[in-house]
Design a protein around this ligand. Sequence first.
Ligand SMILES: [Zn+2]
Length: 299
Amino acid sequence: MGGRFAFRVFCVCFLFFSTAKLQAQIKVASFSTVLSEIAQKVGGKNVVVTSLIKPGQDPHEYQLTPGDLSAAAASDLVLLSGKGMEVSYLTNLRDALPKRVQVVAVGDQIPSLTKGADEGKEADKETTQDPHWWNSIAETEKATMVVRDAFTRLDGQHAADYQAGATAYLAVLKELDSWVKRKVAELPRNRRILVTSHDAFQYFAKDYGFQIDSIEGLTTDQEPSVSHVTALIAEIKKQGVKAVFLENTLNPKVSVEITRESGAKIGGSVYADGLGPGDGETYAGMFRHNVTTIVDALK
Ligand SMILES: [Zn+2]
């Protein structure tokens, strides 16, 4: 009898503790490498974060897999970059998720920069939101607060923990921004011209006074027109731009051709679309790598 009683107590305790653990941790499925880091830093031990888009993966080219869909459906909270980044699969994702799963498109809660959808065609004057908010530290601060609020809504008991996690992460971002300002100050205003493979740095340019010229548009799936590349080469020559930059997830072919024609050099590779292997494993590491690469090549 005694043994059996002890077994029952064990079972009840086991059930209690495993349920308590499940309730305490928010299961997060993230479709952004930057949001995965933010969620981990803000949520700490109270969350379990699954990154469905991996560091070094091009988020514009991402396709929803059955496995990722199952992971999202089993989560409590789905975090999206927003601002149109998920346009190719958002409807399918939303339709497949159970009602209890909360979806937060973080970027949609941050003010947007826009751009002509296809600037090459006069007829098409439609503007589109620029999804690359993470290339601004100020926007990333706002995203941190959006994530904190989402966690607090789901799990008010740990509101103080989420506030503390957000405060610590915001302090890291503030220090990073101070460093970036000092580093960018090494570059005279007239040399702050950033030529990249696709148009991912508008938010960065706004914060630090750069002019942007890119080979492709806001997404990475359209080949540039010959007339656009010709105009870009002329602009690089006219402004005396010393370097153009490759991106870690994109083919360097057109960029290399442009350097051959324009006399600019390849200034290195930057992380345009979120975290990646190497220096870009963390948000601060990614940002420092980008700024160091850009400033040192253009000086
Ligand atoms: Zn991009």
